[in-house]
Design a protein around this ligand. Structure first.
Ligand SMILES: NC(=O)N[C@@H](CC(=O)O)C(=O)O
Ligand SMILES: [Zn+2]
Ligand SMILES: [Zn+2]
Length: 447
């Protein structure tokens, strides 16, 4: 459980559909937990209750993002823990995992504890630090995982994301070490010898546009290798941003073998393909690259079937000067926190591949389980922690980068009109975002 104090706030949510199912009901939140559910839930709520009229809205457990880049420390000109927390709350998230590729790298307890403490100070979302697997993300020497795991930030996931732990011997040791510590290794699956100079998916589009290609096999060879290493170490491995149909096939095979392997897919790999590259606009440059329509279809089907476990944003803010330049020189990555729910609604719900209970599974319950958070992704039942999100499934909104809470504006969905919107996010019974505004906690006696 988190060590954060709860406020005395009482909230009554009226006429809401739990998981988008059944008849509308009322939900009372008090002391950070779900206090009552049902038509009479508000009866003993007292005079100080905040009432939310949620007619037509859906209540789900708050979202958990296993893959966020917040750029603090080091690149606060593109995102901070403060601005990224606001983006997360507005996107319906109650917990995010901040990747280790900061400057300095989060390969020591000093950095990981700072990230956790700063997130708690901001108070909008639980910012869990991800620790680096290797010192400086260099792939040579294991970082002090045990020290980070036992710090205040209690690191439970380690990743060199941005880089692949490419050396199979280092990866093997990391997996062995992680299983004795009870932590998770998340792999950015990219065989670096196959992606030297690569900037786009290797295929007909990149060939025509003259862009150096990133073959599917660069991802899939590492997924296959790491499945075998996890099998032999009796360890768990998590695959970051799965992007190919072949990765879905390998996941199916590995699960069939009883290997403890899980995987995430990003919203952008569920919606976009490499036809977006025609304009050479580097807002579409990302690692792994946008693939082909057939990969998008396989990823959607894999997510619907549970072969791909969850959605993770890979929210990757970048400064204008690092994006608005020659395609090959631009940094890879795109914003994702505030648009994730809408992209999942468009690609998975509107297509009939998932219902809202399925959305709860892939955006909250599975990610919380994978990383072992016991206060997130919980059932909506009396006594459970009030980490929740309210969604208007019929809303439509148009994305404008400068209107997003992130410091950087590199959204690939600029000017697109998307379905469904987060209306309210609740962390331990306190509203952290509503009506498009993040709500910082009011503190007594502190500046
Ligand atoms: N996804 C990206 O294209 N970029 C990420 C790193 C990563 O996730 O590999 C970043 O940190 O910008
Ligand atoms: Zn990555
Ligand atoms: Zn990433």
């Amino acid at each position: 459980m988190s060590d954060s104090a709860v406020t005395g706030e009482t909230v009554l949510i009226k006429n809401v559909l739990l998981y988008g199912e059944g008849e509308p009901t009322d939900v009372l939140l008090g002391d950070g937990v779900i206090a009552a559910i049902g038509a009479d839930a508000g009866e003993d709520s007292g005079p100080d209750v905040d009432v939310i009229d949620a007619a037509g809205q859906i209540l789900l457990p708050g979202f958990v993002d296993l893959h966020t880049h917040l750029r603090e420390p080091g690149r606060e000109d593109t995102e901070t823990i403060d601005s990224g927390s606001a983006a997360a709350a507005l996107g319906g998230y109650t917990a995010v995992f901040a990747m280790a590729n900061t400057s300095p790298v989060a390969d020591s307890v000093v950095v990981t504890d700072h990230v956790w403490r700063r997130g708690q100070e901001v108070g909008l979302v639980d910012v869990h630090p991800v620790g680096a697997v290797t010192v400086g993300l260099e792939g040579k020497q294991l970082a002090e995982m045990a020290t980070m795991a036992s710090g205040v930030g209690r690191v439970r996931m380690f990743s060199d994301d941005g880089h692949c732990v490419y050396d199979p011997l280092i990866m093997r040791r990391a997996l062995e070490y992680s299983s004795s510590l009870g932590v998770l290794i998340a792999q950015h699956a990219e065989e670096p010898r196959l992606t030297v100079g690569a900037v786009a998916h290797e295929g007909p589009t990149a060939a025509r546009l003259g862009l150096a290609g990133w073959p599917r096999a660069a991802e899939e060879s590492i997924v296959a290798r790491d499945a075998l290493l996890a099998r032999d170490a009796g360890a768990r491995v998590h695959i970051c941003h799965a992007s190919t149909a072949g990765t879905v096939e390998l996941m199916k095979w590995a699960r069939g073998q009883g290997i403890s392997i899980t995987a995430e897919v990003t919203p952008h790999h569920l919606l976009l393909d490499d036809s977006r590259l025609e304009t050479y606009d580097a807002v579409n440059k990302v690692n792994p690259p946008l693939r082909e329509a057939s990969d998008v279809a396989a990823l959607r089907a894999g997510l619907a079937e549970g072969i791909i476990d969850c959605v993770a944003t890979d929210h990757a803010p970048h400064a204008e000067q690092d994006k608005c330049c020659e395609f090959a020189a631009a940094r890879p990555g795109m914003l994702g926190l505030e648009t994730a729910l809408s992209i999942v609604a468009q690609t998975m719900v509107r297509t009939g591949l998932l219902d809202w209970r399925g959305v709860a599974r892939v955006m909250s319950e599975r990610p919380a389980e994978i990383v072992g958070l016991d206060d997130q992704g919980r059932p909506i039942e009396v006594g459970e922690p009030a980490n929740l999100v309210l969604i208007d499934p019929d809303a439509e909104w148009t994305v404008h980068g400068p209107d997003l809470a992130s410091v950087a504006h590199n959204t690939p969905y600029e000017s697109m009109t998307l379905p469904a919107r987060v209306t309210t996010t609740i962390l331990r019974g306190r509203v952290t975002a509503s009506d498009g505004q993040a709500r910082v906690p009011v503190r007594n006696g502190r500046g």
